[in-house]
Design a protein around this ligand. Structure first.
Ligand code: UGA
Length: 431
């Protein structure tokens, strides 16, 4: 497994749990040393236990030495980062090709080289050409095997995926992939074999579709606010239609994270480049960017202006159960509020260390410390511990019982009974 970031580490650990022997490789010696010492560089529920158990069983090891990890391998996964290239939004494939070159030099015996990183259509072919150019003698196939796991539930998603997608025309490579995923196969997980190009595009299409679904319900939330409807009823009312489905219809402050923003942008670029521009994906990215800013204005309205106000903020990460801050709505909303004169006191269960690198705000030890003396509270991320706040205690700590809940985790009626002014997303406010 080349690249021990989110996808590489989770996939490597889970493949070892399936009974395979896995070496997770990374150039970052600090990361590899930490992993060897049993320290997990990211916060992901359950990952530490899977890693520890499989290290103990002798199936999972860590190394900085790519060259010596390749020759015995039946399959080599490229799971390095493909960040947005600065300036144009294209996926930056520098790490992918660097890995391909290093793999080429070390190949021995038949090997399936698998791109697990999210890569634009055509990358598999380019990787194949790169390896072929450097090693005309090598016996290999290049397959695409995108990953659909979510941060925060990555282990569960890997163990019980809705489907596995594998793109290759080679029957020999398919057999290796079938063997790798055999435990899932036995559980009747659909394994979809396609061409490499289709498999590469499925990944982008899936993320763009989910981003579209979220953006759609967010727009419905805006309409609900204007007409006095409730977006949660809309989501349920349409979600029960099997053709639509109820998942990913939670209105909120806009999607963030390491995938949707980057992948929608990259798909837009690909679509433009091949002469089939996607109006839908373009509209989704524009709407989502604008939404984050509007959420700051929504907070300002609820507070009746934020200048000189102290605001308690609960949640900083782009979603719960992760310490990931990438493209989190908080990175847009909080600097705006601060710039308009607010004093921000924030708490996040796992994200504060990372957040402190990007946000110049006061971090608190827990939710109640953030609330103490604040003019109101804003919920930005739906961590479970924020769902069950002691509202009596919160009321005593706050200067005024005011909550802006951008994740709709409280019930309006409950807040009314508690005497809160309560603003949420796509639902009538309690004034
Ligand atoms: C996403 C996809 O869900 C995974 O299938 C995919 O493998 C991954 O990207 C990837 O490409 O690596 P992830 O970014 O971890 O996973 O998180 P999601 O749970 O999808 O949430 C993304 C964003 O959408 C978050 O900001 C979340 O708050 C927001 N969201 C999600 C909503 O606002 N409403 C929803 O109903 C669902």
């Amino acid at each position: 497994m080349i690249g021990s970031g989110y996808v590489g580490l989770v996939s490597g650990a889970c493949f070892s749990e399936f009974g395979h022997h896995v070496v997770c490789v990374d150039k970052d010696a600090g990361k590899i040393d930490a992993l060897k010492a049993g320290r997990i560089p990211i916060f992901e529920p359950g990952l530490e236990d899977v890693v520890a158990a499989n290290v103990r069983a002798g199936r999972l090891t860590f190394s900085t030495d790519l060259k010596n990890s390749i020759p015995d391998a039946d399959a080599v996964f490229i799971a390095v980062g493909t960040p947005s290239r600065r300036g144009d939004g294209h996926a930056d494939l520098a790490y992918v090709f660097q890995a391909a070159e290093e793999i080429a030099a070390a190949l021995s015996g038949y090997t399936v080289v698998v791109t697990k990183s999210t890569v634009p259509v055509g990358t598999g072919q380019a990787v194949e050409q790169t390896i072929r150019r450097l090693r005309p003698d090598a016996e290999f196939d290049v397959a695409s095997n995108p990953e659909f796991l979510r941060e925060g539930s990555a282990i569960e998603d890997f163990r019980r995926p809705d489907r596995v997608v594998c793109g290759t025309d080679s029957e020999r490579a398919r057999n290796v992939m079938r063997q790798l995923y055999r435990p899932l196969f036995l559980n009747e997980t659909p394994i979809l074999f396609t061409t490499r190009e289709s498999s590469e595009l499925i990944k982008y299409a899936a993320n763009a579709f989910l981003a579209t679904k979220i953006t759609f319900i967010n727009e419905m939330a805006d309409i609900c606010e204007k007409v006095g409807a409730n977006v949660q009823d809309i989501a349920r009312g349409i979600g029960l239609d099997g053709r639509i489905g109820s998942k990913f219809l939670h209105a909120g402050p806009g999607y963030g994270g390491s995938c949707f923003p980057k992948d929608t942008l990259a798909l837009m670029r690909t679509a433009e480049e091949v002469g089939a521009p996607s109006k839908i994906v373009t509209a989704v990215t524009v709407a989502n960017d604008a939404r984050k800013m509007r959420m700051a204005e929504k907070i300002e309205d609820a507070f009746g202006g934020v200048r000189g106000k102290r605001i308690a903020v609960l949640g900083l990460t782009f979603k719960p159960n992760t310490d990931d801050m990438r493209d989190s709505p908080s990175l847009v909303i909080l600097p705006w509020l601060k710039g308009h004169g607010a004093d921000i006191r924030a708490y996040d269960p796992e994200g504060m260390k990372e957040a402190a690198k990007h946000l110049d705000i006061t971090m608190c030890d827990d939710a109640y410390q953030a609330l103490d003396g604040a003019d109101g509270v804003v919920i930005l991320t739906e961590w479970n511990e924020f769902r069950a706040l002691d509202l009596d205690r919160a009321k005593k700590l706050l200067k005024r019982p005011l909550m802006v809940d951008l994740r709709n985790i409280y019930k309006a009626q409950e807040m009314e009974e508690e005497g809160f002014a309560y603003y949420s997303v796509g639902r009538p406010p309690v004034l």
